[in-house]
Ligand binder design. Structure first.
Ligand SMILES: Nc1nc2c(c(CN[C@H]3C=C[C@H](O)[C@@H]3O)cn2[C@@H]2O[C@H](COP(=O)(O)O)[C@@H](O)[C@H]2O)c(=O)[nH]1
Length: 367
């Protein structure tokens, strides 16, 4: 039976990974691959409503590398965010696992009334509302970073989790039910298969970032951020990749954060980076798509428009990264740091009220 090209591709993809022969012809166990860049390029080559503008990408590359140099932007910047954990021990790993387990979908149905968490006298929104809620729970003596706590509904009933993620405004946390389901499911898996700690997952990956991403998406269904585009299987793996990136950056590439292949990690296909890349002119939307995004229309998960935005964003940051390395061969820059820089810049521009296209609106647990 003649298989069509895409089924062939999937089967080969599966066999290569199963046999650990990712692309190696001589049968040696090649270092693992995660397939996100290939997925992104495939989408970009076939996208109708999203395109990249190379001139703007080159200009953005210069702006980014010059700004990062001026700000000494690097892994230590991660530590500079006061709400992030800084203990540099297993507790920090547990905190980051919880953070990236739930690091999705903060955008508010009503932009004028977002979910916020008050912490240390500040009203935090978006990603920072999650980090603030975790800190607040720990300050209240709730062991919210412990997987043993997540799986025990007698000591950790839904009611308590609703209290942990309670809002300081009238708007509740988006997708709270889905977040509780992620906690219960990931808690079961960590307690049953990894002795209750993500540190054991890191150990099993033996210093390979790609192996750790693959382990996370293979073992934890709520991280398996995959889809199909034009009949081909697509890997995005946004939260699995940002989890590994946060571990790497927060430990400055040492201790639990030491990975030999960290540069295999791509940018994280969320809803914030497309916004800033469009504002920089790097991402171009067709008139119908731009109209839909500006009208705050919902783009369903795995819809063509949503996939084209995510795939082109990943490929766009990869082209920017290549441009930076071409012009500044000694720049200490990878896709992670470019991504972190773009996210932080987008948040600064949002606070400054800079004119930007709205973020696209997809409600999902993937980002
Ligand atoms: N691509 C990318 N996406 C990121 C982050 C971060 C925060 N990372 C911190 C760690 C190091 C950096 O320096 C940041 O300080 C959150 N997100 C995602 O954005 C989305 C919007 O969130 P918001 O606008 O808040 O609502 C949400 O899907 C969230 O999952 C990032 O860095 N890159």
């Amino acid at each position: 039976m003649a298989m069509d090209d895409d089924t062939d591709h999937d089967l080969l993809d599966f066999m290569r990974r199963a046999l650990g022969l990712d692309g190696q012809s001589n049968g040696q166990k090649a270092p693992p691959d995660i397939g996100v860049l290939q997925s992104a390029e495939y989408i970009c080559d076939n996208a109708i409503d999203v395109a990249l503008d190379m001139r703007s990408c080159k200009a953005a590359a210069e702006m980014i590398v010059n700004s990062m140099e001026k700000e000494h932007y690097g892994t230590q910047t991660w530590d500079g965010h006061v709400l992030h954990p800084h203990t540099k021990d297993e507790e920090q790993v547990e905190f980051i696992f919880l953070m990236d387990l739930l690091n999705f979908s903060f955008w508010a149905d009503d932009e004028k009334a977002p979910y916020k968490v008050e912490y240390d006298g500040n009203l935090e929104d978006g990603y920072w509302s999650l980090v603030a809620a975790i800190r607040r729970a720990l300050d209240e003596g709730i062991p919210i970073t412990s997987p043993y706590f997540w799986v025990d509904e007698t000591v950790c009933p839904d009611k308590l989790l609703e209290h942990v993620f309670r809002s300081s405004t009238d708007t509740p946390m988006p997708m709270l039910k889905e977040r509780i389901k992620c906690l219960r499911e990931a808690g079961e898996i960590l307690c049953e298969n990894f002795n209750g700690s993500f540190v054991n997952c890191i150990r099993e990956a033996e210093g390979s970032a790609a192996a750790l991403v693959n382990l996370v998406v293979d073992e934890f269904p709520c991280f398996k951020d995959e889809s199909r585009f034009e009949g081909r299987k697509i890997h995005f793996y946004k939260r699995a990749q940002i989890l590994v990136a946060d571990i790497w950056a927060s430990f400055n590439g040492e201790s639990f954060g030491e990975f030999s292949d960290i540069n295999k990690i791509t940018m994280f296909a969320d809803y914030r980076i497309p916004q800033i890349l469009h504002t920089l002119g790097c991402l171009l939307y067709s008139p119908p798509l731009e109209h839909a995004v500006r009208q705050r229309r919902i783009l369903p998960p795995s819809s063509t428009w949503e996939m084209e935005i995510r795939g082109c964003t990943i490929h766009c940051v990869e082209l920017i990264r290549r441009e930076i390395i071409k012009r500044h061969p000694n720049a200490k820059v990878n896709a992670i740091l470019i991504d972190f820089f773009l996210y932080d810049t987008a948040k600064e521009w949002e606070v400054q009220g800079k004119e930007m296209i709205p973020t696209h609106r997809t409600r999902s647990i993937w980002y």
